[in-house]
Design a protein around this ligand. Sequence first.
Ligand SMILES: [Zn+2]
Length: 332
Amino acid sequence: MTGSAMGVVTTVRGAVDPDDLGRTLVHEHFFFGYPGHEADRTMWHYDEKELIEKAGQVVEKVRAYGVTTVFDLTPNDCGRDVRLLKEIAERFGIHVVATSGYYHEHEGAAGYFKFRRLFGDIVKELTELFVTELTEGVEGTGIRTGVMKVATSPGRITDYEKATIQAAAAAQQLTGVPILTHTSHGTMGPQQARLLIDSGAEPSKVVIGHMCERAHNIDYQLEVLRQGVGVAFDRIGGTHMFNDVTDDDRMDMVVNLMDRGFGDRVFLAHDSVNHWKGRDSSGFHELPGTENWGIHRIGEYIIPGLLERGLTQNDVDGLLSDNVKHLWKSGS
Ligand SMILES: [Zn+2]
């Protein structure tokens, strides 16, 4: 194993002790492009400078509530750019952790590895890719990723998605790196956890994502948590697109889970997209239910709301800081 150091967090600027992450948002996007945006490249303008300036505004917003680390959970097939992430981290003095992984078959770029099946074992090829990016770097830049992401389609896990999940579990066994997931429309959370664990992932290093889309459903939450994994309430601020859950629903469920003793396995983020790669999407925040969907929201609404519900500052730091660092300290 080259370049991998168990127990240390790899940010785009290098290794950081988990104790030094501080308050962390585990699922955001400085930029994101749905697969296909590259094919439309003729029709859109790409100004890196502007994008970095915009990222600076994001960093300011999260600093206002003490955040010092952001996981950019953009997978390989959705416009990930580790070189730009490193520039953002250096320029604005924030820890940014980049991701290795693939989006779900339904909306990701599954074509390539489905083709690769003709030549052999894609679980092996994906594992090689993830381990290389985690330990040596991405595309020859020497900039390494620090977490993995897998995703599943609405209501099912396809064969392709299964391969990405098995590869992430195998890569975790070699590197100790946490896996965070995307679930679609509040489905397949328990099945993702089961498949990851059956494929060799360490439950305490797995976080099932977008669980707040079922913020009304305690049974669904418990079905996931009882497998030993974490749950991310990571679409804070969004309502309309996410089963109409509100941030108050989310906070009520966070408190409920804490009362039941699961507080050390709940994670918070927004899944904010600061810049959509592709044609102009500046009207995004005029869409119904998106007016509060932004990276400021945890600081402005969730932290005060949780304190109002009886949580202490210590509890808040547990959710935003301690739980995150334990992803590197537990297990193997
Ligand atoms: Zn996301």
